[in-house]
Design a protein around this ligand. Sequence first.
Ligand code: CTP
Length: 399
Amino acid sequence: MLNGKNIVLGVSGGIAVYKAVALTSKLTQAGANVKVVMTKHAAEFVTPLTFQAISRNEVYMDTFKEKDPKKIAHIDLADWADVFILAPATAHLIGRMANGLADDMLTTVLLATKAPVYIAPAMNVHMYDHPAVQQNMNILDQWGYKFIEPGEGYLACGYIGKGRLEEPEKIITLIESDLQQKKKWCGKKVLISAGPTREQVDPVRFFSNFSSGKMGYALAEKAVELGAEVHLVSGPTSLPTPRGVIAYDVTTAEEMFEQIVNLYAEMDIVIKSAAVADYRPVQTFDHKMKKKDGPLTIKIERTKDILQYLGDTKAHQFLVGFAAETQDILYYGKEKLTKKNLDAVVINDIGRKDIGFNSEQNEVVYLSKKGSEKRLKRMNKKQVAKQLLELMDSEVRKD
Ligand code: CTP
């Protein structure tokens, strides 16, 4: 898989730099073109000449060493890369990346590249567990960077624990299988709706619901990983847009309807995980409603059922709905599958506090028109998303 691929290997300063030499060698043996970028601390452990001899390419360290006046080296290198690997990635490099710093050649190229970036951390176990490092890794994870988790074992500092750079062979296998995944939905257009909608009462008040958008955003991120062109129509959330996603921000159910209907005809797969408000105020006031004595009645009316409309007008699309239920979840889920003319429905038990709305975890049942019924055990929403897309994939492929 790596044969002919252009790989930039970023090497930062830790004792595991010696393994990066072996990684360079294995990558070139696999037929990849490898260019190495080192931090100046990495060069304290192994000289650039070693990497140059093994990669048969010039090694980059200095942003201002512009050898070719026709090119800007860091942009040229960023564009050249098909794949970017950081091994070893130190706590310092991870921290600089999570803060968007570009204070040397490596971090500058990293900011400029559009290639997938795989980060293989290596550090002392306590450093790895430190909340600052964990938080930085979470930020990078949310931005779509891929982590190759360090292994457990003897560390150079004498401790035994997690922090050892993964073995070069394993790094290559993990990257190859990830790149393989990317081919699955290559050429497919996927539309995902996420988050709540807000229906405004007056300039300071609205009706909405507890949806955080986490499930839909996780689906969007994983669909990008399968190589799809992903369109994410989202109500208001506090989540960052996943890397590689085409995002459309909407507020009301009506705006969501308009945006989705505009995109629908050209989509192959549509997943409606948004928690759309079923009702909105009949009237939205321009001025703040002043309080009065006694109860207040606000007249509300139905919004459009977007999913029902999509089901009724469906052509070639594989249409997936979500069902948020608090009781008889299978019964009501099946009912939505048929009534809304869906290909599949994902049933969420929102009555449970430990899963669903705003939680990091979810436990769902996937039901399809073709009769598959799969209960996914409780796990984090990214894992749920990955498994749901695999289930959809097996059915889309059969068509
Ligand atoms: N949905 C939609 N438009 C609406 C309401 C819901 O597209 N106005 C979609 C949701 O995105 C979800 C599915 O319909 O994919 C089911 O939503 P849910 O809230 O579980 O059910 P409802 O259809 O609203 O039905 P009920 O309130 O009776 O459970």
